[in-house]
Design a protein. Structure first.
Length: 221
């Protein structure tokens, strides 16, 4: 099984604070769905950001798609192939309308506006969200924003999805909708979630982050 993402011996501290990660290691293979669990403040979100180079560890190795990633230039291509859905949708949505938010990534990659809008329509159709296309983003409900943030990531056609508490602000109906969408996706998934029921229906195994290190657990589907 091909390893797409591997974090090895990651150590990290925020300025003026004790270490959050103390040699954390984690791997994700093609097609795998893994949950990263642990107490609040244990460093789960931090580890996701380190995987994309949004935070830099004091020590450790980040390998993705067979290459070691160290410098900022190493992560530019990586961020096209690994999509992160942030815990708070408002951190990810900043354009006036839904279509513009989803088109931002393809336009930034150099696609023409016509091509970007075609990609927008494709991903909205895939997620059955076409009715939101021209809505003003900040007028959406919390659940609608969550689904649109997923669309902004999927439109980039990533190989890996990193999901940080994706059920936040979701009512039961939208949570079921999100679960059905994720279950149907081919991408490898690394999930951070405090919802054991959601995890059990989506992932194959769980890894526990405690005291700055990761240890495996059985579980999942």
């Amino acid at each position: 099984m091909s390893i797409l993402l591997e974090l090895e011996d990651i150590q990290f501290s925020y300025p003026g604070q004790p270490p959050v990660l103390r040699g954390a290691s984690l791997g994700l293979a093609a097609g795998e769905r893994v949950a990263l669990v642990g107490p609040n403040g244990s460093g789960k979100s931090t580890l996701l950001r380190i995987a994309l180079g949004l935070l830099r560890p004091a020590r450790g190795t980040i390998r993705a798609f067979g290459e070691t990633r160290q410098r900022e230039a190493d992560f530019v291509d990586l961020r096209r192939r690994i999509g992160l859905v942030f815990q708070d949708p408002d951190d990810q949505l900043f354009c006036p309308t839904v279509a513009e938010d989803i088109a931002f990534g393809p336009l930034n990659l150099g696609h023409s506006r016509a091509e970007a809008l075609r990609m927008v329509d494709q991903v909205l159709d895939q997620l059955a969200l076409g009715h939101l296309r021209d809505r003003i983003t900040h007028h959406l409900s919390g659940g609608e924003k969550r689904l649109v943030t997923l669309a902004t990531v999927l439109v980039m056609r990533p190989d890996v999805l990193l999901l940080d508490e994706p059920t936040n602000a979701l009512d039961p109906e939208n949570e079921e909708r999100l679960l059905a969408i994720l279950q149907a996706l081919p991408q490898a998934i690394l999930l951070v979630s405090h919802d054991p029921g959601f995890r059990a229906r989506l992932v194959q195994r769980e890894e526990r982050l405690v005291n700055g290190q990761v240890s495996g657990n059985s579980g999942g589907t």
